[in-house]
Design a protein around this ligand. Structure first.
Ligand SMILES: [Zn+2]
Length: 123
């Protein structure tokens, strides 16, 4: 999969999207991470690349200098830190809205998480 670095991520985040309401993804309100709603099909998103670095040591620490947490809508997007260092970058095939996606593996569950990509959050 194509590796995306910070500069490329910013370019993707700033690239234009359609302002027409898109029936596929308009139901997704995710300025911060959410668990993907069951009705939304990830197949509606095209994967552009990944922030994962093949063979890199796993890092689980998060970056919250301003007291945010994983779920905060204003949490910074720091690509070296969890969970961005394991996220893929996607866009809606219909309206070009950009998203980040990763899979959280619990003991007995698997949680698909999704967050809209906002250039202003990238640090
Ligand atoms: Zn869309």
């Amino acid at each position: 999969m194509k590796k995306i670095d910070r500069d490329q991520l910013i370019d993707i985040a700033k690239s234009p999207r359609s302002f027409n309401a898109c029936t596929e993804c308009s139901s997704l309100s995710c300025p911060g991470w959410i668990s993907k709603p069951g009705y939304f099909d990830l197949g509606k998103l095209k994967v552009l690349g990944t922030l994962r670095i093949e063979g890199a040591e796993e890092r689980w620490d998060e970056y919250h200098p301003d007291g945010t947490n994983l779920w905060s809508e204003d949490a910074p997007i720091s690509i070296q830190h969890h969970p961005y260092n394991r996220s893929d970058v996607c866009k809606c095939m219909q309206c070009e809205r950009k998203f980040l996606h990763y899979t959280e593996y619990g003991g007995y569950y698997l949680d698909e998480r999704i967050r809209e990509l906002s250039a202003t959050r990238i640090v």
